[in-house]
Design a protein around this ligand. Structure first.
Ligand SMILES: *[C@@H]1O[C@H](CO)[C@@H](O)[C@H](O)[C@H]1NC(C)=O
Ligand SMILES: *[C@@H]1O[C@H](CO)[C@@H](O)[C@H](O)[C@H]1NC(C)=O
Ligand SMILES: *[C@@H]1O[C@H](CO)[C@@H](O)[C@H](O)[C@H]1NC(C)=O
Ligand SMILES: [Ca+2]
Length: 417
C-alpha cells in the first residue's frame, strides 16, 4: 500500500511538473528556443460594457410579448430602468448567460418609433486589439429583418462592415444575397445573407458570424496578411436596422406596436487577445489597460515591435514553425542603441545598425575606429592619431598610431624636423 502511494505520488509530481512548465512559458520550447505562443481563447465581450443608443424604461413603459398569433391576448409587462427587477439595460448583454435565468437588453417598442429607418447601435469597446473568431448574438425576440455587424481595426479607425444579415440584402444594404468570395477576389468584403432573418423562432434564435468562414485564404492564414488584418478588431458594433413583423403593425393598434421591439440576451465575441504570437497572456498595465505580456524581445501593446536593442532583423509575425523572435544587435559592447537598416540587412543578413558607438569606435557594429583614430594596444578603445597637420602627409595614422611624415619631418606624430 505505501509503495502504491509512493508511485502515485511520483506520477502526480511528474504531471504537475510538466503542466507547470507548460504554463510558465509557452513562448519557448523545452530547450528554451523561442516558439509561437498565444493567449487563451476567450469570450472577449464577457463582463464588458456595451453602449446601446436606445434602451427601454426611462420613463417606465409597457411592452407586450409577441405570441405570433393575431387576436390572442398578449401578456404585457413594464420595462423600468430604475427598477432592479424590471430593467433591461445593456449590462444584460454580457453577463453570465444561463438558460434557466435569462437576462436581456431590450429597446423601446415600435410605439415609440423604433423601426426602419431609425436604427440602434450596440457598441462594444474591447480596449485592445483582438484576433476575432466569431461574433454571436442570441435574440430574446425574433431575429431582426435587417442588422449588420461592424468592426474597428484601431480605436480611432473607421467602422468597417463585417457582415450583413437581412431578408432584403439588395434593398437595405445594396449587397447580393448569399454572395460568396472567389479565390483571388477581395477577402475583406462583408457579405449579406437572408438565412437568419426569418421571423421565427419568436424567441431564442442565434446568429453567429465566423470571421474566416467562406474566405479562401483561411486555409493559409499564417501567410495571409489580408485575413490577419480582417480578424483584427478593437471594437465591435451591431447596428439593428429593421424589425421583423407579421404585417399587423399597419393598423396602428398600440398593443400590436408594443409587441415589436429588439431584445438580445447574449452578445459574445470569441477570440484571443492579439499578441502576434509573442505572448501567452494579456494583463492589465498600470493604467488598467489590457496589454500583451510580451516575450521574444518584443514590446508594444500587441508585441508588434522589437525592443530597442533588438533590431537585427525586421519584425515578422510568428508562424507555427518559426517564432521569428527579435534578435539583439551586435555592437561589440560599444553601444546599447541601434536601428534596423534595410540596406545592411540585404547585404549582410544582419540589419542591426549601432548608434553612438563609445570609445571613438564607428561602423554598423562599432567594429572599427573613427577616421583619424587608431586602436590602442589593449584593443579595447581607439585613440586619436593627433598627426601634426604641418608635418604629416595625412591625418590618418597606422595601426600603431604612427603618422606618415612629409620629407624632412620625423617623429610618430611628424612634429620634429
Ligand atoms: C466583472 O468586472 C468587474 C469590474 O468591471 C469585476 O469587478 C468583476 O469581478 C468581473 N466579474 C467577473 C465574473 O469577471
Ligand atoms: C450608429 O453608428 C453609425 C456608425 O457606425 C452612425 O453613423 C449612426 O449615426 C449611429 N446611430 C445611432 C442611432 O447612434
Ligand atoms: C514576435 O515579434 C517579433 C518582432 O516583433 C516577430 O519577428 C516575430 O515573428 C513574433 N513572433 C514570435 C514568436 O517571435
Ligand atoms: Ca444575458
Amino acid at each position: 500500500m505505501p509503495r502504491l502511494a509512493l508511485v502515485l505520488g511520483a506520477l502526480t509530481l511528474t504531471l504537475w511538473a510538466t503542466c507547470s512548465r507548460g504554463a510558465m512559458d509557452e513562448c519557448a520550447d523545452e530547450s528554451g528556443r523561442p516558439q509561437r505562443c498565444m493567449p487563451e481563447f476567450v469570450n472577449a465581450a464577457f463582463n464588458m460594457t456595451v453602449v446601446a443608443t436606445n434602451t427601454c424604461g426611462s420613463p417606465p413603459e409597457e411592452y407586450c410579448v409577441q405570441t405570433g398569433v393575431t387576436g390572442v391576448t398578449k401578456s404585457c409587462h413594464i420595462c423600468d430602468a430604475q427598477d432592479p427587477k424590471h430593467h433591461h439595460s445593456a449590462v444584460y448583454l454580457t453577463d453570465y448567460n444561463t438558460q434557466a435565468d435569462t437576462t436581456w437588453w431590450q429597446s423601446q417598442t415600435m410605439l415609440a418609433g423604433i423601426q426602419y429607418p431609425n436604427s440602434i447601435n450596440l457598441t462594444l469597446h474591447l480596449g485592445k486589439a483582438f484576433d476575432i473568431t466569431y461574433v454571436r448574438l442570441k435574440f430574446h425576440t425574433s431575429r431582426p429583418e435587417s442588422f449588420a455587424i461592424y468592426k474597428r481595426t484601431s480605436e480611432d479607425g473607421p467602422w468597417i462592415p463585417y457582415q450583413y444579415y437581412s431578408g432584403s440584402c439588395e434593398k437595405t444594404y445594396s449587397k447580393v444575397n448569399r454572395g460568396f468570395i472567389r479565390t483571388g477576389k477581395d477577402e475583406q468584403q462583408a457579405l449579406c445573407t437572408d438565412e437568419f432573418s426569418d421571423i421565427s423562432p419568436i424567441t431564442g434564435g442565434n446568429v453567429a458570424f465566423s470571421t474566416l468562414e467562406g474566405r479562401p485564404s483561411a486555409y493559409n492564414f499564417d501567410n495571409s496578411p489580408v485575413l490577419q488584418d480582417w480578424v483584427t478588431a478593437t471594437d465591435i458594433q451591431v447596428t439593428l436596422n429593421r424589425l421583423n413583423t407579421f404585417g399587423d403593425e399597419v393598423f396602428n393598434d398600440p398593443k400590436v406596436l408594443k409587441s415589436y421591439y429588439y431584445a438580445i440576451s447574449d452578445f459574445a465575441v470569441g477570440g484571443r487577445c492579439k499578441c502576434n504570437g509573442n505572448a501567452s497572456e494579456c494583463v492589465k498595465n498600470e493604467y488598467n489597460k489590457l496589454v500583451c505580456n510580451c516575450k521574444h524581445n518584443t514590446e508594444g501593446d500587441d508585441c508588434s515591435v522589437c525592443k530597442p536593442f533588438y533590431n537585427d532583423r525586421p519584425w515578422r509575425r510568428a508562424t507555427a514553425d518559426n517564432a521569428n523572435e527579435c534578435l539583439p544587435c551586435n555592437c561589440n559592447g560599444k553601444s546599447a542603441e541601434c536601428y534596423f537598416d534595410q540596406e545592411l540587412y540585404r547585404n549582410t543578413g544582419h540589419g542591426g545598425h549601432c548608434r553612438n558607438c563609445a570609445d571613438n569606435t564607428d561602423g554598423p557594429n562599432c567594429e572599427r575606429c573613427l577616421d583619424n583614430y587608431y586602436r590602442d594596444a589593449s584593443g579595447q578603445r581607439c585613440l586619436p592619431c593627433s598627426c601634426n597637420p604641418e608635418g604629416s602627409l595625412s591625418t590618418q595614422c597606422d595601426n600603431s598610431g604612427r603618422c606618415s611624415c612629409k620629407p624632412g619631418v620625423m617623429g610618430d606624430k611628424c612634429d620634429c624636423c
